[in-house]
Write a protein that binds this ligand. Structure first.
Ligand code: AKG
Length: 292
């Protein structure tokens, strides 16, 4: 169970992120990591394709960072971690929300030699949501190092204001360029902190915190699983439905309504005891089917 102290919450609010040595057990990190190869080969055990699948074996160059979005729809093991109640509870507590739902998970894999992910602010992709807020839990599935291309976060940058989306998200030549330009435009010097943790550890980051990651110059893969959470009360902003990542996720709206459907954006935890009722059964049935 992820339990955060008052001191950790205060650190998060000051820095815009919080690094934690243990979020899940290392054995659980191994179980999740073992799903990456089959998933990127297109083997989805639920029979359903995730929403985005940005790197495919045999199609894309091996030096590209690999990403699947909403892997929980394709894989029960991914679902068992990405949709955890304690992940939602921790995100809600850090954000000061009454509860949390997931907008998207990210299944991220940077093998040795893979390139970078450009610095960005998650919320700059979320014009299609009200409130335009996000808080994310990033879980390392391998021990991380700075040279291995772990995630980098900029201390205090959640207070810098809103900047446009990254010019290039995957594999830019200069992954810190957008950060440098943004910081210079408001007279700041970025203090970059690398998330160096054992597998199973990770970090939480605020949706306006600048972050990105360098190339993997190490010898180990760098795999991570991210749950990007919204307030349980979040709604669609119908005037901006196709903007940012709304291009992919706006399709889950119901016509004439701004309500976010818990079948597509599951509620992980609320302080009044709500959780999308199907999640635990979905995860249990998946594990039982595999064991049979
Ligand atoms: O893992 C990374 O390199 C970046 C992940 C990211 O952009 C995120 O978790 O919001």
């Amino acid at each position: 169970m992820i339990e955060l102290s008052a001191e950790q919450i205060a650190t998060f609010r000051r820095d815009g992120f919080l690094i934690v040595d243990r979020l899940i057990a290392p054995e659980e990190a191994d179980r999740v990591a073992a799903r990456y190869e089959p998933m990127f080969r297109g083997e989805f055990e639920t029979g359903i394709e995730p929403d985005e699948w940005n790197w495919r074996e045999g199609r894309d160059s091996t030096d590209r960072p690999r990403q699947i979005c909403n892997g929980w729809k394709g894989d029960f093991t991914i679902a068992s971690v990405a949709l955890r109640a304690d992940v939602g509870r921790a995100c809600a507590r850090l954000a000061g929300w009454p509860g949390a739902r997931i907008q998207v998970d990210n299944v991220l894999w940077k093998p040795p030699g893979a390139k970078s992910i450009g610095f960005h602010q998650d919320c700059s992709y979320l014009q299609w949501l009200t409130p335009q807020e996000m808080l994310s839990c990033w879980i390392a599935l391998d021990d991380t190092t700075a040279e291995g291309g772990t995630m980098e976060l900029v201390r205090g940058s959640h207070t810098w204001g809103a900047f446009p989306m990254a010019k290039q998200f995957h594999a830019p030549e200069d992954y810190r360029e957008g950060l440098r330009e943004a910081a210079a435009s408001i007279g700041k010097t970025p203090e970059i902190v690398s998330v160096v943790v054992p597998k199973g550890g990770g970090s939480f980051h605020h949706g306006w915190t600048w972050h990105g990651s360098g190339p993997n110059r190490g010898t180990r893969p760098r795999r991570s699983l991210v749950s990007h959470c919204l307030s349980s009360e979040a709604r669609f902003n119908l005037d901006k439905i196709g903007q940012g990542t709304g291009r992919w996720y706006g399709k889950y709206r119901h016509f004439g309504s701004d309500v976010m459907d818990g079948d597509y954006f599951p509620i992980l935890w609320t302080e009044d005891g709500r959780r999308s009722p199907w999640i635990d059964d979905y995860v249990r049935r998946g594990s039982a089917a595999k064991a049979a």
